[in-house]
Write a protein that binds this ligand. Structure first.
Ligand SMILES: *Cc1c(COP(=O)(O)O)cnc(C)c1O
Length: 396
């Protein structure tokens, strides 16, 4: 049986070059904080990886802090904000009175690690505003403009959504947020490597990325902090990462991340062309062969690899199980929400009703998927939907 992994927004396999580099690096065991030669070797390689990761996102003179992943990088930003409100005399050069700001603005379609942090900040005394999105998943900029005020401390907006792939106008949003004097955070975990992204051009204070979404290892990510923007450690301890993230350096993870970053940096254009051609082939095939489907996400401003489809009259988990039995691995939405049986908060936010949201499948493509894999899905899926619809009591 053919096996088609088409869930790259959940995670990606290690690419062969990264795997080979990591196997070679397994023996770089020195503690990167040690003074001796083994330590210095490890440290030099860590710093080389840091440069590669910085280059990937176009960091000019910002700081790259290695973390355990995207979730930790995001949490580092939110906890920094909490700390600022606690510090009675917090000041930045040229900026006064940050400690009187206690409002956090984010959007309805963020990753759970952002939305649950928003809840945490709310319980810590922050005023939290959730900006709605339109039917395509684009945040309503006028609502953001209305919400921004001189009490806004932080705005957090994802560059691209993990479930429907919609790309936000983060440059325009960042400009608005900076004009309001607040800090801007971008969760770029899904965007990086798929669409062009340049930290220096964007001007955001914080950008989050994660290695396992770009064919690197799991358990390693990074937070970019613009020069001069505040950051406080989430993990206290030793002096690693300039005192901003304690804990012995994860040599292997960091080196794998660096290798993955180095490779993907030069592939964004080719990725855009080749992966979107495969995605479009899948969309066309499904639209032709399965009646009454709905494509979710923005028609144009969408990640090249993401296709989210609603199948009225069929249930998402049942579709997934049937696909899995035929070797096709897709998802109903975010891996974090899978198994919770809750309808996708992203689809609900775009106005898709709970029933239809429950009948939605995310296909997310990546390097390694071939045309034959796409054609296999187009062959296998239509009879599955027909069978489930025939059995179903849901309205088609
Ligand atoms: C995967 C993901 C994260 C979490 O990153 P981890 O490294 O898995 O913690 C955060 N935000 C988005 C948009 C993601 O897709």
């Amino acid at each position: 049986m053919r096996k088609v992994y088409i869930d790259y927004n959940a995670t990606t396999p290690l690419r062969p070059e990264v795997k080979a580099a990591m196997i070679e690096d397994l023996d770089i065991f020195g503690n990167a904080s040690s003074m001796h030669a083994s330590g210095r070797l490890a440290r030099a390689r860590v710093e080389q990886a840091r440069i590669a990761v910085g280059n990937l996102i176009g960091s000019k003179d910002g700081t790259i802090i290695f973390t355990s992943g995207g979730s930790e990088a995001n949490n580092t930003v939110f906890q920094t904000m909490r700390r600022i409100t606690e510090l009675k005399d917090f000041k930045l050069p040229g900026n006064a009175g940050f400690n009187s700001r206690n409002e956090f603005i984010t959007t309805a379609i963020e990753h759970p690690c952002v939305l649950n942090s928003a809840l945490f900040l709310k319980n810590s005394g922050f005023n939290v505003t959730i900006i709605p999105v339109d039917e395509y998943g684009k945040i309503k900029i006028d609502e953001l403009e209305k919400a921004l005020n001189d009490k806004t401390l932080l705005v957090s907006v994802m560059a691209a959504n993990n479930e429907i792939g919609t790309i936000q106008d983060v440059k325009e949003i960042t400009a608005l947020v900076k004009k309001a004097g607040a800090f801007m955070h971008i969760d770029a975990v899904q965007a990086v490597g798929k669409i062009p992204l340049n930290a220096a051009e964007l001007g955001a204070d914080y950008i989050t990325i994660s290695a396992h979404k770009i064919y690197g290892p799991k358990g390693i990510g990074a937070l970019y902090v613009k020069k001069g923007s505040p950051v406080f450690p989430l993990v206290h301890g030793g002096h690693q990462e300039d005192g901003l993230r304690a804990g012995t350096y994860n040599n292997l993870g960091i080196l794998g991340f660096g290798k993955a970053a180095e490779i993907i940096k030069n592939e964004v254009t080719r990725y855009g062309n080749e992966i979107s051609a495969l995605r479009d082939r899948l969309r066309k095939g499904l639209v032709e062969k399965v009646p009454h489907i709905k494509i979710n996400g923005h028609p144009k401003d969408v990640l090249p690899n993401t296709l989210n489809v609603s199948f009225p009259g069929a249930e998402g988990e049942a579709i997934l199980l049937s696909l899995d039995m035929q070797g096709i691995e897709a998802s109903t939405g975010s891996a974090c929400a899978s198994g919770s049986l809750e309808a996708s908060h992203v689809l609900l936010a775009t106005g898709v009703g709970p029933e239809l949201a429950h009948g939605s499948i995310r296909f997310s493509l990546g390097w390694g998927i071939a045309e034959e894999d796409i054609d296999y899905i187009i062959e296998v899926l239509p009879p599955i939907i027909a069978r489930l619809r025939a059995m179903s009591t849901l309205p088609a």
